[in-house]
Design a protein around this ligand. Structure first.
Ligand SMILES: Cc1cc2nc3c(=O)[nH]c(=O)nc-3n(C[C@H](O)[C@H](O)[C@H](O)COP(=O)(O)OP(=O)(O)OC[C@H]3O[C@@H](n4cnc5c(N)ncnc54)[C@H](O)[C@@H]3O)c2cc1C
Length: 418
């Protein structure tokens, strides 16, 4: 088979890129290794309101709307924050991904499922790239341009010399019904090295008595698998166990999240890498759906320019993709990387002190409630730093935590790995 653009992976990144390519009249193939797009899913499905507005997503995909959060400290302190407006929605990734792939097909992309790309080679001269695909029968696809959207474990980019640095945290979730949910608008977040080393645990309400209880673990900080921590959270955490007493696990979702993974470039001659495959994820929360869709759109637009030009102008189109995504959200990826490294350096007593301050200091809580934007977390930095310093002056017990956090930020900025 031949086409203008081969998009590998029908997640949010790939389906968005395929739609944008096909709508420019490019002959586009979208490959998905699983027999059905969106299945199996691995994700919690929390998506900011920005994503719904920016991509005009239908509200029929929404399971529940969120405007609040409860933060559980390692020492048991709970801080609750509530914003005036809805901040995010929760979706089920299975129908969500199907919806995006259907939009790509409607725009003219050919969606081929049950087809796993295995190898990519450069053909001589202007022959383009040839991808060998594992399917019921052997399939080879030749295209001048590949958009790689394989998710957290891409196999094609290294074959063309693109080796993004990444750390993968390992996630696991139980989707439950029959849970005792006290606030459908507020996910619970649980912190602590004994709870989820290197990341955090959560209960994400999905409407009624449903939810996703999950966590992720950084394997550099623990050699135990996520299931050990998740079973313990479910059975023994003082806030979670009562909530789960009558719950039934209806689905288990597992996946990896690439964090701390930025390195130039995310393209090579004939290939752009997008979404999780490029490490376009917030390292604090692991959220990557919206950024992967933005990257898909930028790569789709760059594909049109790449194929419409030759020589240096074509190469510039790919470099423009890199510049464009870094301008759109690169700062957020960098900022959240520093915050994640900082959090991973702080002992539990300081995490507890921060959450205690949030619970007790009105100024700090208001700063979070007014300026908090889960999608663009760097906007929170100045107001929260100012409020934290004021809180540190008011309550001298917070001073060691503020100092430890500043020291950890400096170490993280100096580039030493967490
Ligand atoms: C436990 C967990 C919870 C998460 N929660 C959230 C959340 O609440 N909000 C949020 O924004 N993000 C969340 N994320 C992150 C989010 O899932 C990803 O950032 C997002 O899915 C990235 O989209 P993508 O299209 O780049 O990759 P993916 O969604 O992973 O899609 C990649 C697709 O490519 C296919 N594929 C892979 N290799 C090949 C191949 N060689 N040939 C053919 N097909 C291939 C895969 O089957 C898959 O369908 C979570 C992740 C995990 C693991």
């Amino acid at each position: 088979m031949t086409c203008d653009v081969l998009v590998v992976g029908a997640g949010p990144a790939g389906s968005t890129a395929a739609r944008v390519c096909a709508s420019q009249g490019l002959r586009t193939i979208l490959l998905e290794e699983h027999p059905e797009v969106g299945c199996p899913t691995h994700c919690t499905g929390k998506l900011s309101v920005h994503a719904f507005e920016r991509f005009a997503l239908p509200h029929s995909l929404i399971q529940t709307a969120l405007r609040a959060a409860a933060l559980y400290a390692p020492d048991g302190t709970v801080a609750r924050v509530r914003r005036a407006e809805v901040d995010s929605y929760v979706v089920d990734r299975d129908p969500f991904d199907r919806y995006l792939a259907e939009r790509a097909a409607e725009a003219g992309a050919e969606v081929i499922t049950g087809a796993r790309a295995r190898t990519v080679t450069r053909l001589p001269g202007r022959g383009g790239l040839r991808v060998e695909v594992e399917r019921r029968s052997r399939l080879a696809i030749t295209a001048p341009l590949i958009i790689d959207a394989e998710g957290a474990n891409p196999i094609l980019p290294p074959q063309l010399g693109i080796r993004p640095r990444r750390t993968l945290v390992h996630g696991l979730q139980y989707e439950v019904t029959g849970a005792a949910v006290d606030d459908e608008e507020a996910p619970d977040l649980y912190f602590g090295r004994d709870i989820a080393p290197g990341f955090f645990a959560w209960f994400m309400p999905t409407g009624g008595d449903g939810g996703r209880l999950g966590l992720a673990v950084d394997p550099r900080m623990s050699d135990r698998p996520p299931v050990f921590y998740l079973e313990r959270l479910k059975a023994a955490h003082p806030a979670v166990a009562p909530r789960m007493r009558k719950a039934t696990v209806v689905r288990k979702l597992a996946g990896r999240i690439p964090i701390l993974g930025l390195r130039r470039p995310t393209y090579a001659d004939g290939m752009m890498v997008i979404g999780d495959a490029a490490g376009q994820v917030k390292a604090t929360s692991g959220g990557g759906i919206y950024f992967s869709m933005l990257a898909g759109e930028l790569a789709g637009n760059a594909a049109g320019r790449y194929l419409g030009q030759a020589g240096a102008a074509a190469s510039r189109a790919l470099a423009d993709y890199e510049r464009a995504w870094r301008a759109a959200f690169g700062r957020e990826v960098r900022f959240t990387t520093v915050v994640r490294q900082t959090l991973n350096r702080l002992p539990d007593r300081h995490i507890s002190a921060v959450i205690r301050a949030l619970a007790t200091d009105g100024g700090l809580r208001r700063a979070v409630e007014e300026h908090g934007d889960t999608q663009y977390q760097s906007r929170l930095f100045r107001p929260v730093l100012a409020a934290a310093l004021r809180a540190g002056v008011r309550d001298v017990r917070l001073a060691p935590t503020v100092l430890a956090a500043l020291a950890a930020v400096l170490l993280s900025l100096s580039g030493e790995g967490a």
